[in-house]
Design a protein around this ligand. Sequence first.
Ligand code: B4P
Length: 326
Amino acid sequence: NTSEKRINMFPSNLSQLISEKYSSALKGGNLHFTDTTTKKTKDAKSGMPYVLSYAPSLLKKPERGDQPERNPFEDPEPELTVLGEVADGDYRLVLNKFPIVAEHSLLVTKEFQDQKSPLSPKELYMSYQLLDTLDDEDEGKRHMVFYNSGPSSGSSQDHKHLQVLPLPNNFNCLQDKLCNGKEHFIPNVKVEPLQSDKVSFAHFVAPLPESPEDVNEDLLAMVYISLLQRTLSFFQDWTNEIPGLQERKGYNVLLTKQWMCLVPRSNTKAQSLDIGFNSTGYAGLVLIKQEDTFKKVQEDNSVIQQALLECGFPSTAGKKATEYEY
Ligand code: B4P
């Protein structure tokens, strides 16, 4: 029953609930916000827009948070829990304990599930509904849901979690530019997903329907599977060239109300520059912790395209799936 499926899983005052929880967690010392110096810039060759966020103090943060042995999502802190029951009670919405952007939140499974597992139709639709609830076109407020899956994707926690991040104001990322003026379609053998032929790294994008009425579980699942097929083919094709690829393979999922994007990943960190990426990097949101790296990037920002390529795979724009898939 489609009308039943469309019932929103989130309360309409969710923005307010997140804001209130965030303020009290910050005040109570339950949440550690790291301030950053941010800078907008653009890659000259590809035109890919970036927001650089420089946070040297994050170097002191232990990789897996303050209690590295503890699974933070098994029994999340009540002070960080915005909603204890989401989607039939199978998920929770909690605040990120170590954000660099205010109100950065996480959707976590209640029962342990592996971060390497694919997204289910329910998770995709829940993510879309979350975006539909939080975005405010009149106020120019947009969000991105992302999923770092597998060791090379930039994830540090194995318990299944999706993240939702407010996007910087007036930020038009690579995927927005690609989808500008494009109608929704589900990529198939004949129709390739969108991919910029100017950026260095492989990425697969599909525009979503303009009206939320036209979006449902099935549609999102079909889009996801078509992008995932292309993404997974990289791990077969490159397995001989890249030692250890099978053990560390991973990918990023980026979702806004306007599009879905998948990026196959080969490494968490680049070799040529001291920098690592999770999904956000492939939307042009670049977190920099090293002073030296921040200097280099400001001198010549083309080093970012190189680093994004080293952590992904070469772009296949203009090639048909069969040419690189089999
Ligand atoms: P993962 O998928 O495992 O890892 P991650 O987001 O890449 O963050 P990581 O932990 O590697 O930190 P990083 O220095 O790269 O997600 C796990 C999430 O759970 C993290 O968000 C983590 O903070 C959170 N968490 C850990 N313990 C928790 C607890 N007890 N309760 C609730 N949440 C908990 O990056 C530092 C921070 O900046 C991270 O929050 C990261 O998500 C964020 N970030 C990175 N790049 C960003 C960008 N470009 N723009 C905005 N934010 C960015």
